[in-house]
Design a protein around this ligand. Sequence first.
Ligand SMILES: [Zn+2]
Ligand SMILES: [Zn+2]
Length: 213
Amino acid sequence: MKLTIIYDNEAWAPGLQADWGFACLLDLKDGSRLLFDTGANGTILLENMEKIGIDPRTISSVFISHPHWDHIGGLPALLERHREVVLYLPASFPKPPEARQVLTIQAPCQLTPQLWSTGELNGGEQSLVVDTGQGLAVISGCAHPGVGAILQAAAQFGRVTALVGGLHGFRDFDLLGDLSLVCPCHCTQYINEIKQRYPKTYVPGGAGRVMEV
Ligand SMILES: [Zn+2]
Ligand SMILES: [Zn+2]
């Protein structure tokens, strides 16, 4: 699948705005498009999308990791533009907005033939698990529950080969040894350490970054 970072603390592509928060778009094997989180600000989200060439109306589902402002801030603006989406919300989400379909998730579960949620882990954050055809990719918002707990929860669905997203203060770097791709971005505090430790599998993040996962 193709993964495009739309919103990140750093900008990768010229012309895109960097801002504290995270959002990325997944072009899935079945041809559908899923938006993972929405960044902090709707204007920046929609402007970055436009500059990358993503029409919000082509998005069929939105997955929210956890209800922190830097992940849900862009949601109202996106829904205002395009409400015909399936919304996957963690049960910790305070006041679910209207959409074509709203699913509230608490326990680990399968969402589609190639998508799973880890369910809410300690603190109410869920991570997305995607079957890439060559193993599972885990997409993480901030990883508040801990990368170890997230990878362990994802492993119930198969072999995890990729990890993308915010990893917060994670520093148990041995856990990344079996992965073939790791893209630590957003709030990850030890990006340089991960890069030095895993130079072959490390992929830099940043808004506008496109990667085949
Ligand atoms: Zn965050
Ligand atoms: Zn957070």
